[in-house]
Design a protein around this ligand. Structure first.
Ligand SMILES: Nc1nc2c(ncn2[C@@H]2O[C@H](COP(=O)(O)OP(=O)(O)O)[C@@H](O)[C@H]2O)c(=O)[nH]1
Ligand SMILES: [Mg+2]
Length: 263
């Protein structure tokens, strides 16, 4: 089992999260496991904090990507390590998902190709909820995603998901969204590849220090899911000339643009 943690300027939040997760897997997970922190574009001391915890827990290591590739970009790189594990997953650096929930999600992968951590299915526990404006944005986003893709997944954005190695490898070439809408890219690619998905409840505590910039991130995520829909439409070929304009829009929004995808 391999757990990826994307980290962007997380010096405050990542230390306690890593300690909790590493201890929980050491004590509660029967198989071999490893935690890989994908540190990228940080302008703070995230890396130093990660290295400090690595000295305490041999199960933790890191991967540095100097450029700002986004949460999605970091996970696309991280998922390339899938060959090293039977199950590969990811969770946020703030530790919003309780370690016990991660262990349960890994169990779900024994039966399904992908376990989708969810705050919106029965059994979920929300100890500290997101701020109201974030819940509103998340409802709107959910409605848009459902309209565009109709996947019937109640919570695509909880930061905890696990996949079987074969599933991760199957969809690798279909992953290209670099921002926070990456999760939708992943889930839709899995569905298209015929993988089985199971939404399973998590125990969630919201944490201060979100990296989300409300309006900018919402706009970018909207653009990215519309783009994802177009990628799978017959029009995609004709839209290719617009690529430079698209790149310019993403960069103006100070967000890494979607990556080239072989299709
Ligand atoms: N590697 C990497 N991780 C990122 C980037 N932006 C956000 N993240 C990570 O994505 C995760 C979710 O971010 P967070 O701010 O907690 O989102 P929120 O909980 O939805 O407000 C955290 O682990 C962040 O460090 C990025 O540009 N690169
Ligand atoms: Mg968070």
């Amino acid at each position: 089992m391999l757990l990826l943690i994307p980290a962007y300027n997380e010096q405050e939040r990542i230390g306690p999260t890593l300690r909790r997760y590493a201890a929980a897997f050491r004590d509660g997970y029967p198989g071999r496991f490893e935690i890989v922190v994908v540190v990228n574009g940080c302008r703070d001391h995230t890396l130093a904090v990660v290295q400090e915890v690595e000295a305490e827990f041999p199960s933790i290591r890191h991967l540095v990507i100097p450029e700002r590739v986004g949460k999605g970009g970091a996970l696309i790189e991280g998922l390339k390590l899938a060959g090293e594990a039977d199950i590969i997953g990811y969770a946020d650096a703030d530790g919003a998902t309780a370690p016990e929930s991660l262990l349960r999600l890994v169990e779900v992968c024994r039966e399904y190709d992908c376990a989708v951590g969810s705050r919106r299915v029965e059994g979920a526990v929300i100890r500290l909820s997101q701020p109201t404006h974030r819940i509103f944005a998340s409802k709107v986003f959910h409605a848009i995603v459902e309209m565009l893709f109709g996947m019937g997944i109640k919570d695509t954005q909880c930061g905890a998901k696990f996949l079987r190695r074969e599933a991760a490898q199957k969809v690798q070439s279909a992953l290209h969204i670099a921002d926070m809408a990456f999760d939708v890219n992943l889930l839709y690619a899995l569905k298209r590849a015929g993988c089985t998905l199971r939404e399973a409840p998590v125990d969630w505590t919201d944490h201060l220090g979100s990296k989300v910039r409300y309006f900018r991130t919402s706009l970018v995520m909207f653009l990215s899911v519309v783009r994802l829909r177009l990628v799978y439409s017959p029009f995609y070929r004709w839209l290719r000339p617009l690529r430079p304009l698209e790149t310019w829009i993403y960069l103006s929004l100070r967000t890494p643009p979607p990556r080239e995808m072989d299709r």
